[in-house]
Unconditional design. Sequence first.
Length: 104
Amino acid sequence: MAAKIKKGDQVIVTKGRDRGKKGEVLRVIPDDGRAVVQGVNMVKKHKRPSQLDPGGIKSEEAPLALANLSIVDPKTGEATRVGFRFENGQKVRFAKKSGENIDV
């Protein structure tokens, strides 16, 4: 099945404590149905010291469920659903709200 959300996409959180926040997808974990979004769902982690890092309590992004994310429409900047169509023999994603292509 084709991926509706990919690394580098601008997304908005639709559910949870970070509802309404926007960010870029850093990593997608398709086996778990989750994604890591920059600056969203921040948690504190206790890190052990290493040769490169002194350790301590660090903030980092935790994965979010893909069901709680929606693509940001490139034209309106609002949440939109994703559709697929063929253009010039290639399958591209488009925003259902405005009809704009998401893949550039």
